[in-house]
Design a protein around this ligand. Structure first.
Ligand code: HEM
Ligand SMILES: Nc1nc2c(c(=O)[nH]1)N[C@H]1C(S)=C(S)[C@@H](COP(=O)(O)O)O[C@H]1N2
Ligand SMILES: [Mo]
Length: 385
């Protein structure tokens, strides 16, 4: 009988993911059970990202048949908070999964058949798309625009590539993963500790960022790019009046609000005219696409009251235009569910004071259940169609 050195005893060898891995991968966490649990959790997280991401996309660019409700008030705040903060919390899961399976890069022979080659290629697409989504997402919310392409478009289309390759991956590996996690493990090898560490790292990220959307937890939000309580009137600002070049026009006493387009009569209102209309207060969040959100008390006139002065009714659509000349956020559309909503205001004030210039003085749109990019500041025209 051949005597083997102790280090090669079968019980100590890593339970390989595939046959043919080099012996130098000694950690026994490169393990099908670890890979399966991480894969299931990561798959679920990516599905949530996809769902919440599509909500964000189609709220900003609704397909013709779509009608977004204006309630619940906090719906977009929650979906986009889950998207961004959930995405950040998923980063350790993604890294752990890649570390667990990376020895497969060295499997020998690299391809066994055409089918195997196609399958491996699709795994590369899956990994590439996942890395792209997470890296661009994190860079975007960190305001680190190192990429030359337009983030939203690239991130949107890569989401479909990611989901498509994930579906194929689940079809190929899902059954195996399910069987693996259903059977009792033969040995312990520290999997539980590893998985708990990964979950703990995700939890720590969530805890130190979630305060950017859940204001009572703001003191913990040391990793969040935007925190409540910063900025004029205790609400953060993304683009200031100076950065958008509207300062002079916004301060000009000759400023007027015009209601035009398909109206019974054009209406032009000064700031004094707006102040003379019935004043309302609505407690609503600014829910930025980048995941942060902060609630405020907004004071001003109902959008529907102003539209009524121009004879607008029924299912008209409204474009709210800013004094800002260029830029993607210079205008936004308001569909009937939102402009009929009594909470939708043209705000002239906030938290008991006149609106700060950077928050949209003299007049800004604020509506329930709506991405921050569509809460147009420095409004000067309402175009009805
Ligand atoms: C850490 C991870 C992630 C972060 C920080 C992140 C961040 C963001 C941000 C800031 C937006 C808003 C873009 C805008 O409207 O301007 C967004 C939208 C979106 N995200 Fe992510 N994301 C992450 C992961 C993912 C993943 C894994 C998927 C795919 C399953 C995904 C799919 C989408 C989609 C479809 C949109 C809508 C894009 C559009 O409006 O056209 N995201 N994401
Ligand atoms: N005209 C104009 N309105 C705008 C923007 C802009 O750049 N220009 N930024 C939007 C974005 S991205 C957000 S999150 C909110 C932020 O509002 P706040 O600065 O009052 O917090 O304003 C929105 N309104
Ligand atoms: Mo935003």
């Amino acid at each position: 009988m051949v005597r083997r050195p102790a280090s090669l005893k079968p019980a100590l060898k890593p339970p390989a993911l595939v046959t043919g891995l080099p012996e130098r991968f000694t950690s026994r966490l490169h393990d099908e059970r670890v890979a399966s649990w991480l894969g299931i959790a990561l798959g679920a997280a990516v599905l949530v990202s996809f769902g919440t991401g599509l909500v964000s996309h189609f709220m900003q660019q609704p397909a013709g048949w779509m009608r977004w409700p204006s309630r619940p008030v906090n719906l977009y705040r929650v979906t986009q908070g889950v998207h961004v903060i959930g995405g950040l919390a998923t980063v350790p899961l993604l890294l752990a999964k890649l570390w667990t399976v990376y020895p497969k890069l060295w499997q020998w022979p690299p391809v066994r058949s055409i089918g195997h080659a196609v399958q491996r290629l699709l795994v590369f697409v899956l990994v590439g798309a996942a890395l792209f989504q997470f890296v661009t997402g994190v860079l975007n919310i960190a305001y680190w625009y190192v990429f030359r392409f337009y983030f939203t478009t690239a991130h949107y289309w890569t989401a479909y590539i990611l989901i498509g390759s994930l579906v194929i991956h689940v079809a190929n590996e899902g059954g195996k993963a399910r069987r693996t996690v259903m059977t009792r493990p033969r040995d312990a090898v520290g999997r539980r500790g590893f998985l708990l560490t990964v979950a703990g790292a995700g939890g720590a990220i969530a805890l130190t960022t979630v305060g950017e959307a859940v204001t009572p937890l703001a003191p913990l939000a040391v990793l969040a790019p935007r925190r409540p309580g910063t900025g004029p009137q205790d609400v953060p600002v993304n683009k200031s009046a100076a950065a958008t070049g509207v300062t002079a026009a916004a301060r000009d006493p000759r400023w007027r609000l015009t209601v035009t387009g398909r109206v019974d009569r054009e209406v032009t209102l000064s700031l004094a005219d707006l102040r003379a209309l019935p004043q309302r207060t609505a407690r609503l969040p600014i829910a930025c696409v980048e995941g942060w959100s902060v609630e405020a008390d907004w004071h001003g006139v109902r959008l529907r009251d102003v539209l009524r002065l121009a004879g607008v009714a029924g299912d008209a659509r409204v474009r709210v235009e800013s004094l800002q000349r260029g830029g993607l956020y210079r205008s936004s559309r308001v569909d009937p569910p939102h402009w009929h909503d009594p909470l939708t205001l043209l705000a002239l004030g906030m938290n008991g004071a006149p609106l700060a210039l950077d928050h949209g003085h003299p007049c800004r749109l604020i509506a329930p259940n709506r991405p921050g990019v569509m809460q147009t500041k420095w409004v000067h025209r309402l175009v009805v169609s």
